[in-house]
Design a protein around this ligand. Structure first.
Ligand code: MGP
Length: 213
């Protein structure tokens, strides 16, 4: 699937020579004009472990990088929706050049806002909520021009779908806006709390969230 997807995205790409490389900034009326995103984004996939010898790095792979709204929809419509992914898999969408790992220097001092949706009642709506998250991240409406958000992740687990926003640092004043917006994007009620946990802390068993909203 990945090669076919790469070809489709190449055909839609702003860099592609065969296609019009006009963007809406050159021509608002041109039917084929692309809508460029502010940043380039890479979709990653973690496949479930099938043998104990496979470690985290063997399971995590980049799928495709894109830079326009048109490419985003081409990709989104070509990949399995979140609720059809196998257990123990993840999608990650990160700014190009940032690996979706604690170890990446852009993530090392940061953490994640997250919410776990219990399967069952959330299963029919999780694809829409995940799409709302993706759009807020690529549209960069999840933050106020702070360049604080590195990416978004969905974990498919036995009991839950967990959606997390990964941030560059742990500065509480900047983080609150992101947490509050995540709550709105995920259409959570007041009593449904999003939690922020730094990557340092999430490696300690039983560590508690540092901020709850
Ligand atoms: P997880 O996917 O974040 O949580 O990490 P899960 O599966 O819900 O289970 P939990 O009970 O551990 O919370 C699962 C495992 O994947 C971790 O224990 C690590 O072994 C590995 N892992 C996850 N992440 C995000 C990283 C990472 O960034 N770097 C490395 N080296 N391993 C990771």
């Amino acid at each position: 699937m990945s090669e076919e997807l790469a070809q489709k995205t190449e055909d839609l790409s702003l860099d592609s020579k065969q296609q019009s490389d006009k963007t809406v900034f050159d021509s608002k009326d041109e039917f084929t004009a692309k809508h460029p995103l502010n940043s380039r984004w890479t979709l990653w996939y973690t496949k479930p472990q099938t043998s104990k010898t496979e470690n985290w790095h063997d399971l995590l792979k980049p799928v495709i990088t894109f830079s326009s709204v048109e490419e985003f929809w081409g990709i989104y419509n070509s990949i399995p929706p979140a609720n059809q992914l196998p257990l123990k898999s993840d999608y990650h969408l990160f700014k190009e050049g940032i690996r979706p790992e604690w170890e990446d220097e852009a993530n090392a001092k940061g953490g994640k806002w997250q919410y776990s949706f219990r399967k069952g009642e959330a299963t029919p709506i999780i694809n829409d909520l995940w799409l709302r998250g993706l759009l807020a991240v690529i549209g960069e409406t999840i933050e106020d021009d702070e360049d604080e958000v590195n990416g978004i992740v969905i974990n498919i687990r036995k009991q839950v779908y967990r959606i997390g926003i990964w941030t560059k640092d742990c500065d509480e004043s900047k983080l609150k806006t992101v947490g509050e917006r995540l709550k709105k994007i995920l259409q959570l009620k007041d009593e449904q709390k999003v939690e922020f946990i730094s990557h340092d802390a999430s490696n300690i068993r039983g560590a508690e969230a540092q901020i709850v909203l």
